[in-house]
Design a protein around this ligand. Structure first.
Ligand SMILES: Cc1cc2nc3c(=O)[nH]c(=O)nc-3n(C[C@H](O)[C@H](O)[C@H](O)COP(=O)(O)O)c2cc1C
Length: 245
């Protein structure tokens, strides 16, 4: 087993950081890794905003619904879908960009954002840093847009916290692989037993780490996927993502 595979299989988030800074060399290398990641049709439709300013990180912690690790760790990197940048290319070539009006445009851009996120996290962990991905910034995307000075046709999708870990966290168990890996065609019959087993495993995990507020996977899904936010749609539309087709 090589080091990269070991690193990927040991993935876990960290929510307890030292305030020690991350050196310029390490941060530059992590960001270069993400810049080398692929994008749909070589669009380069992702940009990063590196936030080190303590007041800004404290504000992001607040925007994300009260997540103290964002203020605690020295670096937050916001991952931005950037159709402002692609629009400049389209305009230079004498055309009008319409991609932001399509669901395909959203899917392609968000998929590229995910690849950038994964690359940032893997590179940071390879340097011995802890990470936690942050989707909580979408609780108030307009506040993030204002804080980061984002132009139209951009959207703050996620972010990553980077820093040196104060106290290690255990690795959270995953759903049985039968729920994830399907051979040749999708096998829905594999799901119910995997979900039942995972609900039990996760509750056992919460008990083991002393978390009394931990939910089963199904209860967690009901809490988060049984509802949705209208706020994102209106802010995205204001930014120019109108999704007409
Ligand atoms: C796109 C994305 C957004 C996330 N947003 C948050 C967040 O806002 N706050 C947080 O504490 N964890 C967040 N997480 C972390 C997940 O809760 C975590 O990855 C998951 O529970 C699995 O745990 P692990 O990363 O420790 O293995 C996010 C993860 C992903 C992939």
């Amino acid at each position: 087993m090589n080091e990269t595979i070991r690193l990927l299989q040991a993935h876990h988030s960290n929510r307890n950081y030292k305030t020690d800074p991350v050196s310029k060399e390490i941060l530059d290398a992590i960001i270069e890794c993400a810049c080398c990641a692929p994008t749909s049709i070589n669009s380069h439709e992702i940009s990063l905003v590196v936030v080190r300013n303590a007041d800004s990180r404290a504000r992001i912690a607040e925007i994300a619904g009260g997540q103290p690790w964002i203020a605690q760790a020295p670096v937050f990197i916001a991952v931005i879908v950037d159709l402002y940048k692609t629009g400049l290319g389209v305009k230079k070539a004498g055309a009008e960009q319409v991609f932001q009006r399509s669901l395909e445009g959203i899917l392609a851009a968000v998929s590229d954002a995910g690849i950038a996120m994964a690359t940032l996290m893997t590179a940071a962990r390879a340097f011995g840093l802890g990470i936690v991905p942050i989707g909580g910034i979408r609780r108030d995307p307009q506040a993030m847009i204002d804080l980061l000075g984002l132009p139209s046709y951009t959207f703050p999708v996620d972010g990553v916290v980077l820093g040196y870990v104060a106290e290690e966290s255990p690795q959270k168990p995953r759903m049985p692989i039968e729920s994830f890996r399907h051979e040749e065609t999708y096998h829905p019959e594999a799901l119910k037993p995997a979900i039942d087993a995972y609900d039990r495993t996760l509750q056992e995990y919460w008990r083991k780490i002393g978390r009394t507020d931990g939910l089963s996977w199904s209860a967690n899904m009901a809490q988060h996927y049984g509802t949705f936010s209208r706020l994102i749609k209106s802010v995205a539309q204001k930014q120019g993502f109108t999704i007409e087709v």
